[in-house]
Design a protein around this ligand. Structure first.
Ligand code: PAF
Length: 284
């Protein structure tokens, strides 16, 4: 397994691999790998001859006062885990390599970035779509895998890839959860034991909403009112948003149907956690 930090060396290496007919699969991450990332890498391993993992804590997707500086980093441990799942190349560029002096170009996906995390983290998706397009140009993957925990991010990347005619297949992978239901996230390390316990309210909210829907409730406002009450009962929890949206447009829905997704962003202490789930049993 090689670790490459230079953008030009990486691009050259991938051009050569493409010319040699290699099928390239790619998992972009910000590192501090957990089981969720490993499940993407395992799937990526099956889908390509050459498996590339990028590790880059991308400054342009963090807003003022967010956790860019504190974001957990451990390249040594990540490299060990990557080796175990059969990664061929880790691409770990520097911020100045990705955004050299004079850098001026950004990718902005409209509409589906207006709601949810787009509303509460202005500029976040501009940073994500910019870095992902740069990574696609450097790595030149045939297939790229993303986790469904970042539901809106996955939708934004699908939209961008389609709109910009990027020749990359986007694969969304299911949320990976701890046994007690907490969605895996690199940010879970920030939680104190009591916050870790209270953080279960996110996955419990999804379960509660599904139960209400299964029992015949179809009014979003009624469901959201119950969830809001459930969440605010946790002393360390503060709701950023709890919404029910159409899975494709990401617009709010008043009535539940098979395209309805519940999306939550909740601060538990200082840690902002997100989670989501479809509300009806789906057969696709
Ligand atoms: O999901 C993430 O870890 C990041 O947003 C991504 C896609 C690697 C872009 O920096």
């Amino acid at each position: 397994m090689d670790i490459i930090t230079s953008v030009s060396e990486m691009q050259q290496r991938m051009l050569t691999a493409r010319q040699a007919g290699k099928l390239i699969s790619f998992v972009p991450t910000m590192g501090y790998l957990h089981q969720g990332h490993l499940s993407l890498l395992e799937e990526g391993r099956k889908r390509g001859d050459l498996l590339v993992l990028s590790i880059f804590v991308n400054p342009t997707q963090f807003g003022q006062g967010e956790d860019f500086e504190d974001y957990p980093r451990d390249l040594e441990k990540d490299s060990e885990l990557a080796r175990q799942v059969g990664v061929d190349i880790i691409f770990a560029p520097t911020a100045s390599g990705m955004y050299p002096n004079g850098y001026s170009t950004y990718v902005d996906v409209e509409k589906i970035t207006e709601n949810l995390c787009g509303a509460s983290r202005p500029g976040h998706f501009r940073g994500v779509s910019t870095v992902v397009s740069k990574l696609f140009n450097i790595v030149q993957p045939h297939v790229a895998l993303f986790g469904a925990k970042d539901f809106q991010q996955l939708a934004v990347i699908r939209r961008m890839t389609l709109d910009m005619n990027m020749p990359v297949e986007i694969v969304g992978m299911p949320i990976f959860r701890e046994v007690d239901g907490l969605a895996m996230s690199s940010r879970n390390v920030y939680l104190s034991p009591s916050e870790r316990e209270q953080a279960l309210v996110l996955s419990r909210s999804i379960a509660a909403a599904r139960e209400l829907v299964a029992a015949g409730e179809s009014d979003s406002a009624t469901i959201l009112a119950k969830l809001t009450q459930m969440i605010t009962e946790q002393p360390a929890a503060r709701i950023d948003y709890v919404q029910i949206c159409h899975q494709l447009s990401l617009e709010d829905q008043d009535q539940i149907d098979e395209d309805s997704v519940l999306l939550l962003a909740v601060f538990v202490g200082k840690t902002r956690l997100i989670d989501n789930g479809f509300l009806q049993v789906r057969h696709d």
